[in-house]
Design a protein around this ligand. Sequence first.
Ligand code: G3P
Length: 217
Amino acid sequence: MQYLIDDANLDKIKEVASYFPVEGVTTNPSIIAANGENVFERIKKIREIIGPDKYIHAQVLQNTCEGMLEDAKKLKAAAGENFYVKIPITKEGLKAMTALKKEGYNVTATAIFSVQQALISAKAGADFVAPYVNRLDNFTADGINVVAEIVSIFEEYGIDSQVIGASFKTTQQVHNAALVGAHAVTLNSDLFAQLITHPLTTKAIDEFEQKGSEFYK
Ligand code: G3P
């Protein structure tokens, strides 16, 4: 399972990427806005931090197919290679996914809340589909079950498209996504440390240090 950072804060991306085995960074217009910089400038800076081999998934803002193609071109120019253009699932979005795929773009379908949205996006050429787990949970709509059903329907029909779970708030949600076979998860920076924190690990390491200190000189 791939781990990606769902953030546009440069310090946080630097910190997480220097410790954790991440495959790249995802953003959306809300994340960009929270960081208060022009999207194209910020994407270039993220690329400088993570290097050329990691992935950047960045989202279009315009809501017509034509506008999405225009945004995609500018985002790709900022992100360089290993770029996925994120397109929200709408009718215009589907048209844009098909067109962008034809032009050789990698495509991530986003704002996915149902299995049919995921399946239709995949048929339109999306390489990844991004179901929003926590937002579904907040509607008591069982986000993990949606992830599980997408994974299994893709398998059932031999669809190459992969599932990148998004909108996580707890380590339990991340764990459950892994259990049902999500191919990737994108997590806000703060969740990474929580994933590896365990009081028994802290206790074990304290013990190693106390007992071993005399014998490692
Ligand atoms: O990648 C999508 C994600 O950023 C949405 O997360 O926390 O706004 O539900 P959230």
